[in-house]
Design a binder for this molecule. Structure first.
Ligand code: ZN
Length: 137
């Protein structure tokens, strides 16, 4: 992981309204500090700059790792993962209760790659909903 200056981290957190930019989990109440994700990974010469960073929960960050594409299981095609700096979340995703649904291949590949609907994530979202922090509300 590369060093992110505190000022830059604060700007990224504010832009993201303190939520994971992929699964929308709120950082409030989570024990682990969220990661600053390089949307274009450092490995692929992505810069540590405001326009290439996104706030990501630990799970999304670790599952995404240095990927920018993934195989869409329905079409078998290599598909770009959701890029929060190039398109809006609403273009690719919608909530069905606490389950995240894809609107397109990009959304589908992102949900699968980051395991956004794994059982533990659904359980956390149910709790977040009780606390009034789930974004579907
Ligand atoms: Zn997440």
């Amino acid at each position: 992981m590369s060093y992110i200056p505190n000022v830059l981290r604060k700007q990224v957190v504010e832009r993201a309204e303190n939520c994971c930019e992929y699964c929308k989990l709120s950082q409030t109440g989570q024990e682990a500090t969220f990661h600053i994700d390089h949307v274009q990974p450092v490995k692929h010469l992505g810069k540590t700059a405001f326009d290439n960073l996104a706030l990501a929960c630990v799970s999304c960050s670790l599952h995404k790792a240095a990927k920018t594409t993934a195989t869409d299981h329905e079409t078998g095609e290599e598909t770009p993962l959701f890029n929060p700096r190039k398109s809006t979340w609403q273009q690719h995703f919608r909530w069905n209760g606490v389950e995240l649904q894809a609107k397109d291949t990009c959304g589908r590949a992102t949900i699968a790659t980051m395991r956004i609907n794994r059982p533990l994530a659904l359980a956390v979202r149910l709790e977040e909903r009780l606390l009034g922090r789930h974004p579907e509300q």
